[in-house]
Design a protein around this ligand. Structure first.
Ligand code: TA6
Length: 302
């Protein structure tokens, strides 16, 4: 059966390849597993809460309407918790929209958002609709978000797919096509131009790469072979994060503690500034995660 719905999850099985499947928790509309031909592609903490008690540690948590924590007390997102309320709300399964590729949708609005948190956003006055589409391909997973302003007033928002990729050993991995891009280093609290042709991971890493041409494909290359490609539509920024040892030890829901060696977050989004949506307007953005292929150096690395 291509689509199975249970009380808390929806499971898609590729109609022609039964070992290719994706599982989505209705809580946060969080993709918690993507197996391609039986091989898991996403990292999920062994201590991840899947009961709706807190956002999922792993998979693809959804960040809206604020990335991180707003520091400007005057901004309508100031009172929201880190990363907003999309990942803390139970979304409605809206059903299948396509057979080939198999695609389903989930929806969130004020009627089903986590009330306690939603009411912290402009006192619950913003009327919005989020439609998440999840497309399961032969060798790719695409997630698309559509944001609509159904209210009378304009509102600002960030969007980000907080994707936890699974890797054999992050110290053997490099990420391409970030060279010469402006980035804000969250650890150094400073902005600079990335000068590494391929960034590597041997300590805590937390950088917001800004306004990168969406023609650029981020590739995770392990020991000279492309593991994963991340492509974007209308998402100009990307966070790259690995918590490393100390931060992993500090997260109760991060297990096993050496799991930082097997994960890497590449998080496409619009977070370096806000999208402003006027009443009646729509905005959309997507990420496509695909596997293998050739190394594509899309920058001048010489
Ligand atoms: O996306 C990177 C980041 O902003 C890190 O700074 C770290 O805070 C991570 O998100 C996880 O945040 P969370 O709220 O899920 O613990």
């Amino acid at each position: 059966m291509s689509i199975e719905e249970t009380e808390d999850k929806v499971i898609l099985t590729h109609p022609r390849e039964p070992t290719t499947k994706v599982s989505i928790l209705k809580y946060g509309a969080t993709v918690i597993s993507w197996e391609n031909k039986g091989k898991e592609q996403l990292w999920l903490s062994e201590a991840a809460k899947l009961d709706g008690s807190k956002p999922v540690r792993g998979g693809i948590p959804l960040v809206f309407p604020i990335f991180g924590k707003q520091k400007n007390e005057e901004h309508p997102t100031y009172k929201l918790p880190q990363h907003g309320f999309a990942r803390n709300s139970t979304w409605e399964f809206l059903g299948q929209t396509s057979e080939n590729p198999l695609t389903v949708q989930f929806g969130l609005g004020p009627e089903n958002a986590n009330k306690e948190i939603y009411n912290l956003w402009n006192e619950g006055k913003n009327n919005f609709t989020l439609i998440l589409s999840i497309e399961l391909g032969d060798d790719h997973l695409k997630t698309n978000i559509e944001v609509e302003n159904n209210g009378d007033e304009a509102f600002d928002f960030n969007w980000l797919f907080h994707t936890y990729l699974k890797v054999p050993d992050v110290t053997d991995c490099l990420v391409t096509n970030l060279i010469d891009q402006k980035c804000y280093d969250q650890l150094l609290a400073t902005e600079y131009i990335e000068k590494s042709p391929m960034v590597c991971f041997n300590e805590e890493f937390d950088r917001i790469y800004k306004k990168i041409d969406t023609d650029k494909i981020f590739q995770v290359v392990e020991l000279g072979k492309v593991l994963i490609n991340v492509q974007r539509e209308n998402l100009p920024d990307s966070v790259v994060w690995n918590p490393w040892i100390e931060k992993s030890n500090g997260m109760a829901d991060f297990e096993p503690k050496n799991g930082y060696l097997n994960m890497l977050c590449i998080e496409p989004g619009h977070v370096s500034d806000f999208v402003t949506l006027k009443n009646g307007e729509k905005w959309s953005g997507s990420q496509t995660i695909s596997l293998g292929g050739d190394i594509k150096v899309q920058s001048n690395i010489y």
